[in-house]
Write a protein that binds this ligand. Sequence first.
Ligand SMILES: [Zn+2]
Length: 272
Amino acid sequence: MTDWSQRLKRKQDVKDRANVPNHMYGYCRVIHCGRPARAGTSDGLDERYCRAHADHNQRHGSPLKGSYTARELNPYRRAALAWIVAHEDNRWVQNAVQRVQGLYQQAGPYIEAFRLRGLPPQDRAKAALARLRQHGTDPRLVVAAWLAVELVILDDPQPVTSTEYKRVQAAKVVHRMASGSHRRWVREVPSPVWPGQKQAQVQELHVYPRSRGRVLRHLGEALESAVELLVDHHLTDVHAFKREQGATGASGARPYPRGWVSRPRSKDDEEK
Ligand SMILES: [Zn+2]
């Protein structure tokens, strides 16, 4: 309980600070913005930007550049996956896959999406990885997601090259793989009428865990650490492979070839 009251107190402190106009913080760092930097987003203080730019930064990992769309990313995800499958014996591919499996194993217990509220960002990032594990998401899809973000940034004529942007973009893709629960199941609950007896109860779940803020930073950092050696050794090869593939024209409509899904065990496999 002390942990809880400490959190409450910290929350109050943050609120108090956010409510006091602090002239020390000056102006938003976005050039020509001109608005005062406002500490006071819901996900902690951001002293660098005005409210609008801080909010944008939380969602996308950059105060100005938006997120890549699925249509932009899909050809890269497919190319990265195809390259991974073609190089499964490569030690750095194996290394990355094992590290993603390591993240799954260290992610702690599976937490239903509706229990995530109030958990600190780091725990919610772990919960996202636990959801992937629970759904049996192939680690190669996670590796491919990171590589896809690296590749799309390489090909972007006006890229944002910050670590934060890369992490957030990859984390958004991976977060989406395991999120958006629309599930219905039956479970046994104690009977309200007959003590000691059980009865079946239909449960439904329609929850999208929030995909923004520090959760994405933590998740992105974990993903980066899993794939970084593969990136160091082979990103240029994957990039060359994508360029060759691009000539033959891979469709951007799907993130994976037919037969691949990110959530093999559930009914709502289709990704948008
Ligand atoms: Zn601004």
